[in-house]
Write a protein that binds this ligand. Sequence first.
Ligand SMILES: [Zn+2]
Length: 487
Amino acid sequence: MTAYETVIGLEVHCELATASKMFCGCPNEFGDEPNTNVCAVCLGLPGSLPVLNAMAVEYALRVADALNLRVPERSVFSRKNYFYPDMPKNYQTSQYDEPITIDGWLEIDGVRVGITRAHLEEDTGKSQHVGVGGRIHDAEFSLVDYNRAGVPLLEIVSEPDIRSAEQAKRYVEELRATLLAVGVSDVKMEEGSLRIDANVSVRTPGSPEFGTRAEIKNLNSLRSLLRAIEYESDRQWSLTQAGEKVVQETRHWDEESGRTISGRSKEEAHDYRYFPEPDLVPVEPTQEMRERVRASMPELPAAQRARYIEQWGIGAEDARVLVDVPGLAAYAERAVAALPGDSGGSAKDVVNWVRQEVLAYINETGLSPAVLAPEMLAELVALVAAGTISRQQAKDVLAESLRDEKWPRTIVEERGIAQVSDEGAIADVIDRVLAANPNVAEEYRAGDEAAKKKKWGFLMGQVMRELKGRGNAQVINRILEQRVAGE
Ligand SMILES: [Zn+2]
């Protein structure tokens, strides 16, 4: 139970996966040799002129469609002026009062979180502080890599509609899945292609007014996001309870100490001296462009989950995992499609294997699910459904299949572990056993419960011995029932 309510708004910076940078032809590539993907434009050399990347505009329109955002007829770029060594132009080309998209929403577990805007801007370079702690104040010197300067970013700003750290995490998960589905970014938080700033304030539950907020910068994992919001809201509430004031400021999350640390006091927009970028024309997406984007939109995660629940009869949590783990849903779809129609195996069986065994393997090895061909998994599910192997045996077969990239049926044949499920073959054996023990069936029918049990056990044992222990117990039971009890 908490005595206060947390109010959260998130700013998510998403690096767009275009081939080239936002305003020049330099490659947009993560991890290249420092300062190799640079030119006069992204270094801000005098006389250079920017040209807008059309693909970045198209990506913004895709996100607009996915997040229910409106696209005004025109938007403009502005210069956001500030000095920092990782920004060679001394201003960031961004959008200010006329962004490319406004007024959208994203639904999280039945609740709509408003999205104020998503605007285009360029990324900055990257400073590396060389010294003991890797931080600026104890660094001996700093290095700057401008490869990232000018990489296209989409900044997605939410309304202060989020009410808990957990809900903030769910919002980012859903947003990340959506951005990945529409193909605009690889959304890798660990590589910085998705970065989050959280605006956090607290208030008495039910209060109509917002408290003073702090902006926590550059949260680079979902775990940091959760911990930072929890720490910061507790800190603010303790201050309020002690009669002190929360200061409006930027704070940094320190992963090691588990605390947020005061940064600079928060700038106001007028500190940046925004003005329209004179070297770029306004962006006016045509109707034709918008329609082309709309026609090429893929299925969104929410619709995808609903489809699996409906068509495959799986639970909501199963559907969520399939959609959230990159590549897993596509893998499951291919495995389901590869199931032989007459195998008796179901899509639900396939999903169970994918969620448990295949996912455990991915988590353990860090490999993509494609290591095990989906067709191989389908074959395994069919072998279990047909009674050729038990579920327990199938786990061993799968482990070997993953390790040696071998087809399950080949492993079953090599190991000689196939169960005999063929009804004709089992009936033949049962008839032979009954002929060799002519009195047993008679004694079974005449006996009491204990005697029945004993005779049944004897017959089962004889049949299993003939089948070298590999008979399918269910089938044997059924046929014995017809031959002995049913007469
Ligand atoms: Zn360049």
